[in-house]
Design a protein around this ligand. Sequence first.
Ligand code: NAI
Ligand code: ISE
Length: 335
Amino acid sequence: MTVKVGVIGTGWIGAEHIRRITASVGGAEVVAATDIDADRAARAVEGTGARVLATGTDVVTDPEVDAVVVTSWGPAHAESVLEAVAEGKPVFCEKPLATTAEDAQRILDAEAAHGSRLVQVGFMRRFDTGYREMKEAITAGAIGTPLLAHCVHRNPTVPEAYHSEMASQDTAVHEVDVMRWLLDDEISSVQVIVPRSTTKRFEHLRDPQMLLFEMASGARVDLEVFVNCQYGYEIGCEVVGEEGTVRLPEPPGAVVRSAARQSTPVLQDWVKRFAAAFDAEFQAWVDEVAAGTPTTGPNAWDGYAAAVVTDALVRSLHGGGVVETGIKERPAFYA
Ligand code: NAI
Ligand code: ISE
């Protein structure tokens, strides 16, 4: 079976995923797409044969569309996901699933009412070879009981529309998910510490930010989010256990020696850094959708848990201090 996909939002990553589904992933094709900028949608599907539809609702309800990919702006995700669930169609939603825990809860309620899981969230790091090797090492007991972790998330620059809350909602949300997954633990409290801001940013933005997570087990995580670091895109992660440490490998790059210097290139964005992870993520999603079984990637509960944590991070950013996440028990539906 070829899975016929409809895409909502054809900006940077929407266009990337259309190319990916068309050229890299087997067993799927894009048949419809929409964007509030119709010309952008037309450009993104050029050469694919897909139709440009007027709205996200049109994509979700289109009879040719078997499954939906949501790659619009974060605040628009929840409505499209709810529409897909109401239609009983599998839906892949880029992170964040929702920008508030309240919206994510509506998605949990809708899936429960539908009676089976339909939602996968685009936490692609779970498909990255380096993170997978870390997970295998931790699960195999290679470092003993994890005690703490150090993470870094740096972007060279961000557009003016990026605001201080997005450091948690849009950027740190990846580490929120990946630390829950690596440590197999929930985040019980958080704190945001705002150091001196770089001058190389828009005036409204607090950048960098230091984020602290306490896991339910008592393990601690520190995370630097610095989205105007200038020099490149860098993702770092090291978990420290009772008997050893495990560190995310650097992406490979040729070592150049010239003029008495040695250098390797620094990647500039997530596109190249996680290309293989995105491919693996989409291939697995398409295969599982074609098989008609609930997908096994990050699900609506993971999207909800991330939203609960980012809500708490935003409260800490504004009020200061340690904020309890109040995460509830995972329902059996998501076991
Ligand atoms: P973008 O701004 O380039 O594209 C978003 C597109 O959605 C725009 O073309 C906009 O016109 C359209 N749009 C917004 N609301 C819409 C609606 N209601 N209906 C139809 N179209 C709508 O943003 P970008 O970078 O592509 O990010 C999109 C989403 O993907 C964000 O949630 C972002 O966090 C996520 N993302 C995930 C990445 C990952 O590493 N997994 C990497 C980059 C983005
Ligand atoms: C972007 O939206 C992503 O999701 C990237 O993976 C992340 O590294 C970047 O910081 C976000 O802005």
